[in-house]
Design a protein around this ligand. Sequence first.
Ligand code: PGA
Length: 252
Amino acid sequence: MTIFAANWKLHHAPDEARQFAARFLELVPPRSDRTVAFFPTALSVEAAAMGFAGRPDITIGAQDVYWEASGAFTGATSPVLAAAAGAGAALIGHSERRHVFGESDSDVRRKVTAVFAAGLTPFLCVGETLEQREADTTEQVVVGQLEAACQGLDSEQVIRLVVCYEPVWAIGTGRNATPEDAAAVHTVLRRILGSRGGPSVPVLYGGSVNQGNVAALLARPEVNGVLVGGASLDPAKWAELIRVGEAGLVGS
Ligand code: PGA
């Protein structure tokens, strides 16, 4: 199963999400061998869930959630409320959450646990900064992030994870990792996942993925999908990226 995930970040109000869905559904027919996931802003989760309703190949997710289900936590959203709004997944530990909002590995771990408790699929993001890559600590950083997030999870939970490798230096910069760079890190992540009972967990690559590089990334067997920001914001361009990506899938 190949996963094409769209991270809309702070874009697309509810009416724009509805219009996007209407256009996208005209352009992209269902397939049983791939999933398309959309991560709209929390305010647009319900609109997106309704807009894409009736398409089992499409999942909606929250971009972040707090670990408590409800209570006196002004400004927060929870996995339980995201599920009630129609979400089936949640991005956890995106680098913008870690680096702009100061999320720690322990926050990420609590969020992953809460996401599982609400019955959602965590899309767990890990990735190194440019400084860490240049200091040759990429493997240590991503393994540390993955191990911290998996602490306390049993293998039944680990097999339900989706892991996203997103080098921070490649996000929104136009500088994507080469397919070889991505594959090397995915292999390391898969080894850890395997040791925790999840050898088949999908590992996606994210960071400046576009129509021009998606096929080469997905041609690597280590890359099970892509997490895309900027190139997912326009329905026609996102549909084209998926078409190009799907063209390389086995059975196309
Ligand atoms: P980008 O963002 O595709 O715009 O680089 C990816 C992400 O942050 O998930």
